[in-house]
Design a protein around this ligand. Structure first.
Ligand SMILES: Cc1cc2nc3c(=O)[nH]c(=O)nc-3n(C[C@H](O)[C@H](O)[C@H](O)COP(=O)(O)OP(=O)(O)OC[C@H]3O[C@@H](n4cnc5c(N)ncnc54)[C@H](O)[C@@H]3O)c2cc1C
Length: 477
């Protein structure tokens, strides 16, 4: 049996890789097991205008493909890299190399599903997909009446009742070499520079080894206190595995079981809270699987046609971290500088854009998708629609995060702000989340000149709150 293992960017590993495992297992007709691993640098992601929009994801992706290629080579195989359109190249390779089948991990995101349908249509052999992007096959959990869930708590209860997470598959110990008639070609990975990008060492390092090291370090360091640390924006207390789960440098079931083993006895509360976050990921993917239209429209029909404002100055202030609200600005700057934003800061910043500024949340969603290393269709859409109040199991639409009190609660010493908004670094904690309230003496001592070296708020909180509530009430009836 000759299998083409098609790596597609959400499965960049050798451990717990169901398609690779299946390719090695199958010797049913007594023939040799032949494995051809392929990665296609698809124009959809790698055309120059696309890579420039997603710099940190591309950096992580290239690290991860390079690491995958090295790991496959170490085991005796070789990753074939090609450049072009998957829908054309993949069927052409399959025919040229006379493979018996193509195996791959399925995608939840609509763009991947559309691609797979086209590829399957163009292939002369079966395309066998494995549902291991998530803990359970998307679409498999249903309410009593057979519908998709739209409430997270019910989804999580059903998961606990009906699902058992299978243990991860081990990494193979060796792989067969490429068949003799299969020539890998000369294509290599492009450098960041050739794609018009410069490496940013503050962004997360990709690759399976780096992912495993990250998981191990977090389990040793902060995992046991996750339930207490996860909301503190200045503390590096979360796992930072978002990009690994997105690109599949770790499988989600590997993370699920590793955390289970490490915390079951040591810290059951932290375990419960962390696994609950993985279930939010599951819920997000399941929701997008059932409702692909969510990438372009709100989950709640009443929100369609919402009168978002055209506010280019507000948008630029939000993107560049100049709104005059320190936590919102810290989030914006952390994103541009590192490709990461703390979850609490994501919620505050997203709520601010949609509700305080009344700017269409989809604009923010697109910005996050482009700049976050873990930028992911399903989780990002759920997060944005949740924050705007129009999503599946969203926070109540009439709740606005107050950026000042949120800052005081989840960054009490102001260290998150100090790290990302250095203009305010010397302000006492008491005023750091609302510098415009600081006495002139404190401002002068800290070198802060509101309206000059740090902006005054682009919109006053009480006014913005009223404006949003009036607008939403009018629209939603
Ligand atoms: C506006 C907004 C946008 C977001 N965009 C993304 C995105 O593009 N990609 C992304 O992976 N997450 C997104 N999230 C969810 C969350 O912020 C990140 O998953 C998390 O901050 C990643 O850091 P971590 O791995 O240290 O998280 P941890 O707290 O260690 O969580 C572990 C894992 O659980 C999953 N997870 C945690 N929280 C959520 C959540 N609310 N929804 C779905 N899955 C979750 C992630 O896979 C995460 O890596 C977004 C949230 C908001 C409010």
């Amino acid at each position: 049996m000759r299998s083409l293992v098609w790596y597609r960017g959400k499965d960049l590993r050798i451990a717990d890789h169901a398609p690779l495992h299946a390719a090695l297992e199958d010797d049913s007709n007594g023939d040799d097991v032949e494995v051809i691993p392929v990665f296609i640098l698809d124009d959809f992601f790698f055309a120059p205008e696309a890579t420039r929009r997603t710099p940190y994801r591309i950096q992580f992706l290239l690290d991860s493909i390079a690491s995958l290629a090295a790991n496959l080579e170490h085991l005796g195989s070789r990753l074939i890299i090609a450049s072009g359109r998957s829908v054309d190249l993949l069927p052409a390779f399959a025919a040229k190399w006379k493979v018996d089948r193509v195996v791959a991990q399925s995608w939840v995101a609509p763009v991947g599903r559309a691609r797979d349908r086209l590829v399957a249509r163009n292939l002369q052999v079966p395309l066998q997909l494995f549902d291991t992007e998530t803990l359970c096959p998307p679409g498999s959990l249903r309410t009593g009446s057979g519908d998709p869930y739209s409430v997270f708590s019910a989804f999580a209860r059903a998961f606990a009742r009906d699902m058992k997470v299978p243990p991860p598959l081990p990494a193979p110990r060796s792989l067969p070499p490429l068949p003799k008639d299969v020539k890998p070609g000369k294509q290599t990975l492009p450098s960041l520079r050739s794609l018009g990008l410069a490496r940013n060492d503050r962004a997360l390092e990709g690759g399976e080894r780096a992912a495993r090291d990250r998981l191990k370090a977090w389990l040793k360091r902060d995992a046991k206190d996750y339930d207490e640390l996860r909301n503190l924006m200045a503390v590096d207390g979360t796992s930072r595995l978002g990009a690994d789960l997105k690109f599949g440098t770790l499988s989600v079931r590997t993370v699920w079981h590793a955390v289970d083993r490490a915390l079951r006895e040591l810290s059951p509360d932290a375990l419960r809270v962390y696994q609950n976050e993985l279930l939010w990921r599951e819920f997000a993917h399941s929701t997008l699987f059932d409702r692909p239209e969510l990438l372009v429209q709100p989950f709640r029909a009443a929100w369609r046609g919402f009168p978002w404002r055209d506010d280019e100055a507000g948008w630029r202030a939000w993107v560049e971290g100049r709104t005059g609200y320190p936590v919102v600005d810290a989030a914006a700057r952390q994103l541009l500088a590192t490709g990461f934003v703390h979850n609490r800061a994501r919620m505050i910043a997203a709520s601010f854009l949609a509700k305080h500024l009344l700017i269409d949340f989809r604009r923010g969603e697109q910005h996050y998708l482009e700049w976050l290393t873990d930028g992911d269709w399903a989780n990002n859409d759920l997060g944005w629609q949740w924050s705007a109040g129009c999503g599946c199991d969203a926070q109540p639409w009439f709740r606005l995060f107050n950026p000042v009190t949120q800052g005081e609660k989840f960054d009490p010493a102001g260290d998150y702000v100090r790290a990302w908004v250095p203009e305010l670094a010397l302000l006492p904690a008491k005023y750091i989340h609302a510098p415009w309230l600081a006495p002139a003496r404190d401002l002068a001592a800290a070198g802060v000149r509101p309206g000059s070296n740090y902006p005054l708020p682009v919109v006053e909180h009480a006014f913005a709150r009223r404006r949003f509530l009036d607008t939403a009430r009018r629209h939603l009836g």
